[in-house]
Write a protein that binds this ligand. Structure first.
Ligand code: CA
Ligand code: CA
Length: 194
């Protein structure tokens, strides 16, 4: 009986994972790197062989403006660095201007010699506590299936401190599938019990 329950549980988790995978937007054909944001700071990890040994420019641009205009008031952050011989380059702990009210979305762009300006991702910053709600893994102020997927990835990869803080919604001493399921329930509108 116990064994059977376990099997059922694994099956239900698999279903959840399939649903989440469908809920995610398709990835760009060329993925030059990834962007993560936590507590008002962003990390950008560049990793693409086409960028090997190249100077890479990084830009966070407020999506209210047009990035083609490059108006200074819309620039959230700008930096550059040189990728290593395999095309890796990290920008970490980038401070982002927190909005006083509402929320603001930044497109994260990179450019390099021979590479057209490319949008890696976008991040939305919401006014209010940088801590965010329990379960809000990407800190965008709402809990959705994407947060459950991010929590699941953190379970598999081993969570960072920030991921543990945000994702361990049942407050015990581990981030695991129980938390993922609670976040998924929260995404469906059920309150998360602390
Ligand atoms: Ca979220
Ligand atoms: Ca937990």
């Amino acid at each position: 009986m116990k064994k059977r329950n376990k099997k059922k549980r694994i099956l239900s988790i698999l279903c959840v994972v399939c649903l989440l995978a469908m809920a995610l937007p398709a990835r760009a054909a060329e993925q030059y790197g990834t962007v993560t944001e936590s507590g008002g700071k962003a990390d950008v990890r560049i990793d693409h062989e086409a960028l090997a040994d190249k100077m890479v420019a990084l830009l966070f641009y407020n999506e209210e403006g047009s990035v083609d205009q490059m108006e200074e008031r819309y620039i959230g952050y700008i930096d550059q660095g040189t990728a290593d011989e395999t095309g890796k380059l990290d920008f970490s702990g980038i401070p982002l201007p927190q909005p006083e009210t509402g929320s603001v979305t930044y497109g994260v762009y990179i450019g390099a010699e021979g590479i057209e300006r490319t949008k890696l991702d976008e991040i939305t910053l919401t006014a209010g506590s940088p801590e965010g709600e329990p379960g809000d893994m990407n800190g965008d102020g709402t809990i959705t299936a994407v947060d459950a997927l991010l929590a699941l990835r953190a379970v598999n990869a081993g969570p960072t401190d920030e991921q543990f803080q945000a994702g361990n919604v049942n407050g015990d001493d581990s981030l695991d599938v129980d938390d993922v399921l609670l976040i998924l329930k929260a995404a469906a509108g059920e309150p998360i019990l602390q």
